[in-house]
Design a protein around this ligand. Structure first.
Ligand code: ASP
Length: 314
């Protein structure tokens, strides 16, 4: 938990799938920090022009989707077939409107598509070819698979295939090492909270697998009390309704945001499997929370002053 309370601002994560310290070069670390800062500044720009928390989350997440560094949009993980399928969701806290997409392959910004599902459809979640058809109907262009491809993720797929060969679980022994994901939470001048998450999912995932990121209440949640975006081993986040559990502990148990997030990440998740993931969250007063039970989580925040702060490891 940072001690800071923001009036308006954005807090983000770029996933718990951080490179091990011994593989992180100074150049790469500088690139990651710059990517996080750019995302924060994009969110800040929206808020300083009196944009909404929803728009700020989308702006911040889009920058990370477009960066090849993070596992979302360009630079997403490949599934077991060597195909990229992406998931995203968004939620606004005041009226609990939400939108999500799962299994899309040709949409440059899955989080923007999730926003359109929220704002221009009667539904919450669209999947696969249906979500892509909705994107076309909304004027979003088709993006070629080559745009999303990065050699680094392809190498990671090959490593994951080799490590997982002959095992019942394609994810292998250390699922968070194959993870990533990006997310944002924001508070705007009206006090509205919003949260958004976007991911390529886990490397070498089974064809058709959907994790927690596009599931409202698991990977993403926003209410009048809090906004939450998660990253980590999606199956555990689904089975524990992690994002909603943070809200529930506050709503029914009177917990602070910090206590709620710590309990979920370190007890509910961490007690079962160390290294399962983390989250970024904001409460109604603008308190910021980063909780993770992994060695690192790409993360940062910016408040109304426009000075971005970023961190990677503990
Ligand atoms: N939670 C994502 C998923 O399971 C992956 C991640 O956050 O790293 O798809």
């Amino acid at each position: 938990m940072t001690e800071h309370r923001l009036e308006t601002g954005v807090a983000i994560h770029g996933g718990v799938g951080t490179l091990p310290v011994d593989r992180m070069t100074p150049e790469l670390e500088a690139d990651y920090r710059a990517g996080l800062r750019d995302a924060l500044l994009a969110g800040h720009d929206v808020l300083s022009l009196r944009g909404t928390a929803v728009e700020a989350c989308v702006a911040a997440v889009r920058v990370m989707e477009d960066s090849p560094l993070f596992n979302a949009g360009r630079g997403s993980n490949f599934d077991e077939r060597g195909v990229i399928t992406m998931d995203a969701s968004i939620m606004r806290g005041d009226d609990r409107q939400a939108g999500a997409v799962a299994g899309v392959s040709d949409v440059r910004s899955p989080v923007r598509l999730a926003q359109l599902v929220m704002e221009r459809s009667e539904h919450v979640l669209l999947t696969d070819a249906g979500a892509e058809a909705f994107a076309r109907a909304q004027g979003m262009e088709e993006t070629e698979p080559a745009f999303f491809h990065t050699d680094r993720r392809w190498e990671e797929l090959e490593l994951a295939r080799a490590a997982g060969a002959g095992r019942p679980n394609v994810l292998g022994d250390d699922p968070t090492a194959k993870a990533g994901t990006v997310g944002a939470v924001a508070r705007d001048a009206s006090g509205l909270l919003a949260a958004a998450t976007s991911t390529g999912g886990m490397a070498n995932k089974t064809w058709g697998r959907v994790g927690d990121s596009p599931i409202i209440g698991a990977g993403t949640w926003a209410s009048e009390l809090c906004a939450v975006s998660c990253t980590g081993w999606g199956e555990l986040f689904l089975r524990n309704a992690v994002a909603f559990d943070v809200h529930a502990r506050m709503a029914y148990g009177g917990a602070s945001l910090g206590a709620a997030a710590e309990a979920v990440v370190h007890h509910t998740l961490g007690a079962r499997v160390a290294g399962s993931g983390g989250l970024v969250a904001l409460d109604a007063e603008g308190r910021i929370e980063f909780s993770f039970n992994t060695p690192g989580m790409y993360r940062g925040w910016v408040d109304e002053t426009g000075e971005p702060r970023v961190a990677i490891y503990r």
